[in-house]
Design a protein around this ligand. Structure first.
Ligand SMILES: *Cc1c(COP(=O)(O)O)cnc(C)c1O
Length: 377
């Protein structure tokens, strides 16, 4: 059994994907081919945002968004403590100080109350200037944007939506990647919408930022003139072959994958409901794209033993995440270690992610659920 069955997905889409890749090979337009611009338009339409600029990966996407805002030394950027490393790595990489904020015990997304307290602390201490929030759409579910937006307006903060895991999710029909002043996503193969290598994208409604982002992705070029470099940028582009793959996969994603992965989650919820574990919690009006199906075990449960027994039954499982961000060694000599995040610390000890993807049938989920029941009881 695969944790995320990309082989099966390929078998289903093989004819179209092969044709799409071969077309790129035949035209030899490997960089910035027409498929890239076509994909950007399709992604922007799907999300409901004016501009989409693709780039090399989701980490670059975050860094380039921060570069667009000129965020750097002396700036505080608020980041959830429970996320993948990039969310905090990028602000630190730009010279800013990530301030790690505790998450909600049910959604696992940044806790708006803790966010406001953290902003006030930074304002009181006067060592850093609060500049931006990186809100993460963890495991497929959008963060609580109505409240986060209020806080950003109150304290004049820019809002970056890290939707690397949230692409395809929505709140009352409004799509992930449309909530931030700038939003970013990742097409790493195991993300909700993945390509066949690394890839990423940046979304914004602002024309001036979109132009700057396009420039930053190609060595700080001036307009369409690649050899007139008006600022320092990156070399961060999505390969045409990846765009060709994504054009096919986006269609399947829109037509049935998000629906089917939600069916899988509903089967799990139903079959695991009597067990003494905390099931994933999706807020009313929210749709998750289920980057992960993450349960929380009772405190004191031997998680290692459960993983071992699952593995013996042929079931892969993962721990997202083992460590709170503020305890990562990379931040050990910085002010970022000073975070008060008891919920994150507990989550890191108790979460367990089970296989989930759109190509699972109910029997497999019954097998996983029954196996887990036998182990826990
Ligand atoms: C995967 C991920 C990223 C980074 O994306 P890459 O394409 O792997 O660079 C950033 N943020 C979050 C929350 C992620 O899960």
């Amino acid at each position: 059994m695969e944790f995320r069955d990309l082989k099966k997905q390929y078998q289903v889409l093989k004819q179209d994907i092969d044709k799409s890749i071969l077309e790129v090979c035949e035209n030899a337009n490997y960089i910035s081919g027409k498929q890239v611009a076509e994909l950007e338009k399709e992604l922007a339409d799907y999300v409901g945002v004016k501009h989409c600029i693709t780039c090399a990966n989701g980490t670059d996407a975050i860094s380039i968004a921060l570069m667009t805002w000129n965020i750097g030394e002396g700036d505080a950027v608020f980041v959830p403590d429970f996320t993948f490393f990039s969310s905090g790595e990028c602000p630190a990489g730009e010279g800013a100080t990530p301030i790690f904020v505790d998450v909600d015990a049910e959604t696992y997304n940044i806790n708006p109350e803790c966010l406001e307290k953290a902003v006030q602390n930074v304002l009181n201490e006067k060592k850093y200037v609060p500049k931006a929030v990186v809100a993460v759409d963890l495991f497929g579910q959008c963060a609580e944007y109505d409240r986060i937006r209020e806080i950003c307006e109150k304290y004049n903060l820019l809002l970056l939506e890290d939707a690397a895991q949230g692409f395809g999710g929505s709140i009352q029909g409004k799509m992930a990647c449309s909530f931030g002043d700038i939003a970013t996503t990742s097409f790493f193969p195991a993300k909700p919408l993945g390509c066949y290598g690394d890839g990423g994208a940046i979304f914004t409604d602002r024309d001036d930022w979109a132009a700057l982002i396009r420039s930053l992705c190609v060595h700080g070029k001036s307009g369409e003139d690649k050899y007139n470099n008006i600022q320092l940028g990156r070399n961060s582009r999505l390969d045409t072959i990846q765009a060709a793959v994504l054009k096919v996969k986006l269609q399947a994603f829109r037509e049935y994958e998000v629906i089917d992965v939600n069916k899988a989650a509903t089967w799990y919820n139903d079959k695991l409901k009597d067990l003494n574990i905390q099931l994933p919690y999706v807020k009313n009006g929210y749709v998750s794209s289920w980057a992960q199906y993450t349960i929380r075990l009772a405190e004191g449960t031997d998680r290692g033993k459960i993983q071992k027994r699952l593995k013996e039954a042929g079931i892969p499982s993962m721990i997202y995440y083992v460590k709170p961000m503020h305890l990562q060694g990379a931040f050990s000599d910085t002010d970022s270690v000073n975070a008060d995040c008891p919920v994150t610390e507990k989550l890191c000890q108790t979460v367990l992610s089970l296989p989930i993807h759109p190509y699972m049938d109910e029997d497999i989920i019954a097998y996983i659920s029954n196996t887990l029941k036998e182990i826990i009881r």
